[in-house]
Ligand binder design. Structure first.
Ligand code: Z5A
Length: 219
């Protein structure tokens, strides 16, 4: 199946902190391999050499966040590099791309939460993402306190970055923001209940990917 760029799919995972995106992306990757689909796992911010350098700048532990417009420009610059050097080449070779966060995070964190205008976001999206829009976006939806608890457990004693240090109210509004995006674009975005054991969440994701992306491929 791989090698045919028309069959390659671009899937993004989104959601709040500690919702299980990185865990579930690995599970999905393994499941796809088991049915003969080669995929790559990547992430934002980051994913390419240049974008990882920008990531280090944005997510410096203990540092205060940049203002929303500066963040938007930094995330967009990182995305441009990531698309050019990793995402588009992989799709052109027929590989599926599984990306941990993408432009919906900019819409929610910098747009809805940071008040960067829709006009600025749309202009940058046209310039940077162009036609390389995700075929499917899965929003992992989880109770905010549970997500923060998981993230805290994983971080241990390491210093939090500026996003992790935001208030509970911020994370609640973030969750609402992702759900509002999903309601606006039901053809592309599916909300996944991220509560419960990893295996259960994986099966929910797999049933959506199968129905939306694999049905025509007779897997
Ligand atoms: N950001 C932005 O503002 N604008 C943008 O355009 C983009 C990003 C692209 C990147 O943070 C930050 O950048 C992000 C938004 C902003 N800020 N925040 N917050 P990041 O990449 O460092 O982190 P993250 O994207 O928020 O993900 P995360 O916190 O690393 O969580 P996760 O990937 O969703 O979860 P996980 O690592 O898979 O799981 C967390 C822990 O829970 C881990 O120990 C797991 O073993 C455990 N886990 C996973 N699933 C379960 C279940 N089902 N039960 C119990 N425990 C579980």
């Amino acid at each position: 199946m791989n090698g045919d760029s028309t069959l390659a799919r671009f899937i993004t995972l989104e959601g709040g902190e500690g919702a299980g995106k990185s865990t579930q992306i690995r599970r999905l990757h393994d499941r796809l391999i088991a049915v003969g689909v080669t995929s790559i796992i990547t992430r934002e911010p980051g994913g390419s050499q240049g974008a990882e350098r920008i990531r280090a700048l944005i997510l410096e532990a203990g540092a205060k966040r940049f203002d929303p417009l500066t963040e938007t420009l930094l995330f967009s610059a990182a995305r441009n590099d990531h698309l050019d050097y990793v995402i588009r080449p992989a799709l052109a070779q027929g590989h599926w791309v599984l990306c941990d966060r993408f432009s919906d995070s900019t819409r929610v964190y910098q747009g809805m939460m940071g008040a960067v205008s829709a006009e600025v976001l749309e202009t940058l999206d046209r310039l940077v993402v162009e036609k390389t829009q995700p075929n499917l976006t899965l929003i992992l939806d989880l109770d905010v306190q549970e997500g923060l608890r998981r993230a805290q457990m994983r971080r241990g004693t390491a210093l939090a970055d500026g996003f992790e240090s935001e208030s509970l109210a911020f994370h609640e509004r973030l969750r609402e923001g992702f759900l509002a995006l999903a309601a606006r674009e039901p053809n592309r975005i599916v909300v996944i209940n991220a509560d419960g054991p990893e295996d259960d969440v994986h099966e929910r994701i797999w049933s959506v990917v199968k129905a939306r992306c694999l049905e025509d491929m007779k897997v």
